[in-house]
Design a protein around this ligand. Structure first.
Ligand SMILES: NC(=O)c1ccc[n+]([C@@H]2O[C@H](COP(=O)([O-])OP(=O)(O)OC[C@H]3O[C@@H](n4cnc5c(N)ncnc54)[C@H](O)[C@@H]3O)[C@@H](O)[C@H]2O)c1
Length: 443
């Protein structure tokens, strides 16, 4: 009888954050045996107790289901993760953080540390898969690092497998991606990566060189950032000319060459990916001798756009000293608790600088916001937030903010002025209700 080859892969996923935990849980959902490793013992303890350390829709269900099925495990060290329960990991994914340094470059020290640990604990052919977002040539550095610590000359490959999931829809994005990008330098590595993604029926697998795969991620995120800054710049022109940015975006987006997504004007992009990836791509281009000036402009437009909201509040209230500004929403986008590089951080800083009293509320990211933002009152709910406000600002378009009792809000504010940074409400309706209402690029 012909022996059937084991299609399942033993995987060690290092870094159990937004990317690592979601990817690990979803790879287990695809049938693989996965051990998620993190050097933050508190995170692993929570996971072992069935508590999610991050807020992400559907994650808890997928994690619990796969833990119960014996496919998903947790460990505190790379060593334990690579040999957990007597199972050797054939693929070790690296999904640790790559935070920005002062000069815009990415801090890759966690990647180096993990690579050394992996090298010391390999006992047979291992593929080391770089999943964090990193500059081109990082895999070369991983390769050199592994060689340095690989005392027993165990065969290995380094592959690049950038992740495109979005916080808020991460589980869905991982399981139903537009494409999977895999950068490899050997047939053996390609075969393992194809086995990893084989159960994911429907998604095209783009196999490239390692360097191309690394670049695809930076180029994709920078292009999406460019689209956002482009429509925000268009919104500014709309405001000066009386055109409506939503109509302009609809008219543009129906052209298939342009596409409708990422053409929503607002107060700019934030989060852990776009700002740092844009910055890192600009830095990398400069390092290799190319001045990618477009990326610098995209960043400048975004920095200006974050302060659009403060400018509008000033236009309505004149001096902000002693005035109360209420911020509805603090997260950089809905459906996430992530506060990293959220535009509201700059907005609060500028409002406080001008002497305003700031009240804020976010349904999910409030606890994380308290660690990041100081000097404001964190409200119990939306209605508590707007109490006595001279101006209410919509910062994050959480669904529940679309269903607020506007009459109740109006009864609680000191003055009925609203600046909508996400174009959540209908301008005519808001004015009918009695608000002095301003939004982005709409007359
Ligand atoms: N967050 C996103 O939406 C997203 C999407 C695509 C790609 N990325 C990229 O993926 C990478 C990870 O991002 P994230 O948002 O998951 O970050 P995160 O901070 O949520 O997770 C990183 C995890 O790695 C752990 N860690 C750090 N050093 C470690 C080590 N030496 N050993 C074991 N664990 C270690 C941290 O404790 C943390 O839990 C980044 O490069 C990011 O740019 C993020």
């Amino acid at each position: 009888m012909k022996k059937t080859k084991n299609e399942k892969v033993n995987i060690c996923m290092v870094g159990a954050g937004y990317v690592g935990l979601v990817s690990g849980a979803c790879l287990a959902e695809l049938g693989h045996r996965v051990v998620c490793v993190d050097n933050d013992p508190a995170k692993i303890k929570l996971l072992e107790g069935g508590v999610m350390p991050i807020y992400e829709d559907d994650l808890e269900r997928v994690v619990k289901k796969n833990v119960k099925a014996g496919r998903l495990h947790f460990a505190n060290s790379v060593k334990d993760g690579m040999h957990h329960g007597g199972h050797r990991a054939e693929a070790v994914f690296i999904a640790v953080g790559t935070p920005p340094r002062e000069d815009g470059s990415a801090d890759l020290s966690a990647i180096e540390k993990v690579s050394a640990e992996v090298a010391k604990n390999m006992t047979d052919y291992t593929i080391i898969v770089e999943k964090s977002t990193v500059p081109v040539a990082t895999c070369d550095w991983i390769d050199k690092t592994v060689k340095r610590y690989n005392k027993h000359h165990i065969p290995f490959d380094v592959a690049s497998n950038p992740e495109f999931l979005r916080e808020g829809t991460a589980v869905w994005d991982f399981l139903e991606p537009d494409r999977v990008v895999v950068g490899v330098s050997s047939k053996q590595a390609e075969a393992v990566m194809r086995r990893v993604y084989k159960p994911m029926k429907g998604a095209p697998i783009v196999v490239t060189s390692v360097k191309s795969a690394e670049l695809i991620k930076h180029a994709s995120n920078s292009f999406l950032s460019t689209k956002i800054s482009f429509i925000n710049a268009v919104a500014n022109v709309c405001e000066k000319t009386g055109a409506n940015v939503e109509d302009v975006a609809r008219g543009m987006g129906l052209d298939k060459r342009i596409g409708a997504s990422f053409l929503k004007a607002g107060i700019g992009f934030g989060g852990f990916c776009f700002p740092k990836d844009l910055e890192a791509f600009y830095w990398l281009s400069s390092q290799v001798g190319y001045d990618f000036a477009l990326l610098k402009t995209v960043k400048d437009i975004n920095e200006g756009q974050k302060l659009w909201l403060v400018k509008k509040v000033e236009e309505e209230l004149w001096n902000l000293e002693g005035k109360t500004v209420a911020l509805l929403g603090l997260a950089f986008k809905p459906e996430t608790d992530d506060m990293r590089f959220a535009p509201v951080i700059d907005i609060v800083r500028e409002l406080l600088k001008r002497g305003a009293k700031v009240r804020g509320f976010d349904p999910i990211s409030q606890e994380n916001a308290k660690k990041t933002i100081k000097g404001i009152y964190f409200a119990k709910d939306e209605y508590d937030c707007v109490k006595g406000a001279d101006c209410v600002c919509l910062v994050t378009e959480w669904k529940q903010f679309g269903k607020l009792d506007q009459k109740k809000l109006l009864a609680l504010v000191a003055h009925p002025t609203m600046v909508d940074g996400r174009n959540l409400y209908d301008p005519a309706r808001m004015r009918e209700l009695g608000w002095t209402y301003k939004s982005v690029g709409r007359p």
